[in-house]
Structure formats: C-alpha cells, structure tokens
Design a protein around this ligand. Structure first.
Ligand SMILES: Nc1ncnc2c1ncn2[C@@H]1O[C@H](COP(=O)(O)OP(=O)(O)OP(=O)(O)O)[C@@H](O)[C@H]1O
Ligand SMILES: [Mg+2]
Length: 479
C-alpha cells in the first residue's frame, strides 16, 4: 500500500512503540521508519518505562491493554518525567470512557483499533508538529533568558557567552588552540566543541592524556612505531597523530609532557610530518591540534619546565575557562541541566530542586568546578528520599580558603619526630579532605591530589581510609 511521506523535519523523530502483539509492533515500526523516523519497539509497559528512563523520545505510541503495567499506568508515569514525550494511546475498543480518561491523564491523542495507515500517519504528523513547536518555543524562551548552549555546553554568564563566540569563530580556522582552566571547568568539552564546529566534524577526534602515559611509551603513542622497534613491538602501530588525520588531535594535560617529548612534538607541529619510532621514513600528519592544561604554562616556561617555542606554537589562540565561582549566573542552569539528566538516568521521577537546595548550590564555591557540581547533583538525586531534591544530602559547607585549610607544619621538637608517622598523618589529612571535597568520588580526589587513581587506591588501603558508604557509589563511573 502506498505510504505518504511526511514533510521534512530538521531531524528524524525518536518514536517508541509499545505493544505486546508482535504483528502490531512490526506494522507500526515499518510505517514510521518509511516516513523517515527512528522507531524502536518494546513488548511491555515495564520495558517501555525502562527505555524512557535512559533515552528521551519525542513520541510514544502505546497499546492500552497489556499484561503487567498497562498503557494507562505507563502513560501516568511517562507524563511525570522531567521532559515527557507525547503519548498516543491505541485502544482496542475505542470507548469514549477510556479515551477520555487517557486524555485527562495527559495523552496527546488516541487511535481506535483497527486503524488504517493513513489514520496513524496523520495523528503522528500532528503530534510531531506539536513537538517541533514546543522545542522551538523552548529555544526561543531560553534565548530570551540569555541562555546559550554550544555542543552540550551551557552558560549565560558574560565569560561563557564570550567563550561560545570565540569557539564558533576559531573552530573553522584550523589554528592550533590552547585551552586553559582549572580542573573540571570544561576544557575537554571545549575541545570537542572546537571539533564539532570545525570544517571537518566528520573526521576523527582523538584525545590523549599526556599526564597518564609513561615517558617511555609517549613517543610511540604520539607518532606510532614500526614492527620490532622495541621489545614488545610485535606489529607496527599508528600513533595518535596519524589516527587523527583529517580531524582533531586533543593533547590533554600538555603541561605534563617531558622536555624531551616537547622537542619532538614541536618538530611535528612545525613540519606537519612525523617519524614513527624505529622507522626511517617520515609520514605526513595533517591534523588540527588542540591542547589543554590546568597548569600556568607561562609560569612553567619561566621556570624552564616548558619550552618557550612549543608554548608559542600551541598558543596561536588561547581559550581561557573561568572557574565556576566567578560565574555564579551559570550555576542554576547547570544544576537544572544535571538534575534533568540524572533524574532521567536513574529513573527517580523527582519533581525538582527545592529552593533551599538551589540556594546551597548558589553559595558554594566549587573548588572542583563544574565536575564537582555535577557530582553533587548526582549524589543529591541518588540519595534523596523525598519528592524533590533537598539540601539534606549536600555536604555541610566547607570553604576552600577556610582557616585551618592548610595543615599546621609538624614541629621537630627537642626529642625529634617520627617522620614516617608525620608524613602519614599529613597524607591522611589531605586525602580525607580531597575525598570530602569531591563528595567521595575517588577518581576526582586523585585528580585534586595529582596522583593516579591506582596510586590513590593504594594509599587508601595503606592508610586504612574507608570512603564513607553511599558516597563512592559513582566513583568508578568514569574509569
Ligand atoms: N558549560 C558546561 N555545560 C555543561 N556541562 C559542563 C560545562 N562545563 C563542564 N561541564 C561538564 O563538567 C564535567 C567536567 O568537564 P571537562 O571534563 O570538560 O573538564 P576539564 O576542564 O577537562 O577537567 P580536567 O582538568 O579535570 O580534565 C564534564 O562532565 C562536562 O560535561
Ligand atoms: Mg579534562
């Protein structure tokens, strides 16, 4: 049978089909996919809710009568979600009663079985027009409020608005960019945005953390090696320079690069050619380089730890991320954004943020910047026992510059000192403080302390420090 194509939308709609009957699922899926939409189908209300908790759908088309959670209950829970999909109900017996009840509960429309292809397509098209209108309205509303976003980054503070403009301007130029900012301010996000807004967003984005790779492996990691170049090099392998050809190479924590490697990197950047370890031939490396650092590179140059010429080569354009405590206007925006995400991901169905909790977020000074805020929201959403996020699960405030933040230096008294004990005490104090600051997330605490995750775990064991229960539940999330 002929199927009318829909007027072009800017992006395909994400549609979830819920029906316990396989034939109906297949029929609807084919219909909708032919109309250019992304359709997924599940066989029960339970599965549907699980899907909705992990992914945002524009539209849900659900059968009413199903074993277990039926269409009505599914509808009730779907509309309570933070950014709910539109729901179209399919009723076998289109009694006005059930239809009216569904509409009252927030269904967008209903279709009685049996229905024709045209019929369902008209209803779907109308629903999607409504979706477009709503998101357009939301975009306009956000614009009015001065909120802007760029590839997943949100902000409305003057420094962030300036940053968005700068990113849009330099992204298409292929100039090398150096991104500076404290830990957790969003350097990697900016690097990804530079790639996404570049003239070749379809090319690879390859990231390498210069601080995490042992010195002896760094050269091969960057430039690759040929078979037999060193013990263990059983096959030849490309480095990140070659892997990122036609795209963006993100050199994270560039300040950690040894002086020896700095020379080699400078050469690669100057000549746009590299030589794999053990090879006699050079290969072309046409890649855009974006570097990031949370160190003061200029000071490192002064101290002779970072080469001046490399600094200038990388620093064609510099993008500086301000610490979150200097851009309070962005805090409510970020809190809302992370709340919506974690509420959905953990299927918590919380109603929102209580005013006293938002006040807490506004007053805090975020030594760990956006990442810390993200962790705090995640924890608050996970641990909340009420219907909306309260300040209960937010840490009692600890200002980073509070008196006593720097441990007093132990004295070498008349009778001497137990050096090992004193060092262990200091170590324990700093580790405990770092864990408090990151809400118990060990990976972030390791960053604050400038040690690897593995090294922190070893020290925790050695010192017998246990991370408070309920706190480390997300510690391994990123690694
Ligand atoms: N403006 C923003 N809008 C939304 N999310 C943000 C923003 N800035 C940062 N984030 C989020 O905060 C977290 C930290 O960001 P990112 O990893 O880019 O920081 P970073 O500066 O690279 O940190 P580090 O120095 O520790 O590597 C990420 O989860 C990121 O998505
Ligand atoms: Mg980073």
């Amino acid at each position: 049978m002929p199927i009318a194509t829909e007027p072009a939308r800017q992006r395909p709609a994400e549609i979830l089909i819920v029906d316990d009957e396989e034939g109906m699922r297949d029929f609807l899926s084919i219909c909708l996919m032919k109309a250019g939409h992304n359709a997924e189908a599940v066989a029960s209300g339970e599965l549907a809710l699980r899907q909705m908790a992990t992914k945002r759908y524009d539209l849900v088309i659900t059968d009413l009568t199903m074993p277990g959670i039926d269409g009505m209950e599914e509808l009730r829970r779907a509309v309570a979600m933070p950014s709910p999909p539109l729901v179209i109900m399919i009723t076998a017996f289109a009694t006005t009663d059930t239809a009216i009840q569904a509409m009252k509960l927030g269904a967008y429309d209903y279709v009685g079985k049996p229905f024709k292809v045209d019929e369902i397509q008209v209803v779907v098209r109308r629903a999607l027009e409504r979706v477009d209108l709503t998101s357009e309205n939301q975009r306009l509303r956000e614009q009015l409020r001065g909120v802007q976003s760029l590839d997943g980054m949100v902000g409305r503070s003057p420094p962030m608005l300036k940053l968005f403009e700068l990113v849009r301007k330099v992204a298409p130029t292929r100039a090398n960019v150096l991104i500076c900012g404290e830990s957790g301010t969003g350097k990697e996000l900016v690097a990804r945005a530079l790639h996404a807004e570049s003239d070749r967003p379809g090319g690879p984005f390859v990231a390498i953390n210069c601080g995490a790779i042992p010195e002896n492996l760094m050269e091969s990691e960057l430039f690759g090696h040929v078979k037999g170049a060193f013990t263990g090099a059983a096959t030849s392998r490309d480095g990140v320079f070659v892997a990122a050809t036609g795209g963006t190479l993100f050199l994270d924590e560039i300040g950690e690069l040894s002086l020896g490697m700095q020379v080699k990197l400078l050469r690669a950047l100057q000549e746009r050619r590299i030589r794999p370890v053990g090879s006699t031939r050079e290969v072309e490396a046409n890649t855009r380089v974006v570097a990031a650092t949370n160190r003061d590179l200029e000071a490192a140059v002064e101290a002779g730890e970072f080469r001046n010429d490399l600094y200038f080569r990388l620093d064609v354009v510099q993008i500086v991320l301000s610490p979150l405590r200097h851009r309070t206007e962005d805090i409510p925006l970020l809190v809302d954004r992370f709340f919506a995400r974690f509420n959905r991901e953990m299927a918590r169905n919380l109603e929102g943020i209580r005013p006293e909790a938002m006040q807490w977020f506004l007053n805090y000074d975020y030594p760990g910047n956006v990442r810390e805020l993200e962790n705090l929201v995640e924890r608050a959403v996970a641990l909340e026992t009420g219907t909306s996020v309260s300040a209960e699960n937010l840490p009692t405030r600890r200002r980073s510059k509070a008196p006593g933040a720097t441990p007093r230096e132990p004295e070498l008294g008349e009778s001497g000192i137990d050096l090992d004990q004193a060092v262990a005490d200091l170590e324990r104090r700093l580790i405990t403080r770092a864990l408090e600051r990151t809400g118990g997330v060990r990976k972030d605490a390791a960053k604050l302390l400038g040690v690897s995750f593995r090294s922190l775990r070893y020290r925790l064991d050695k010192l017998g420090i246990t991370v408070p229960s309920g706190r480390d539940m997300h510690g391994e999330r990123n690694g």
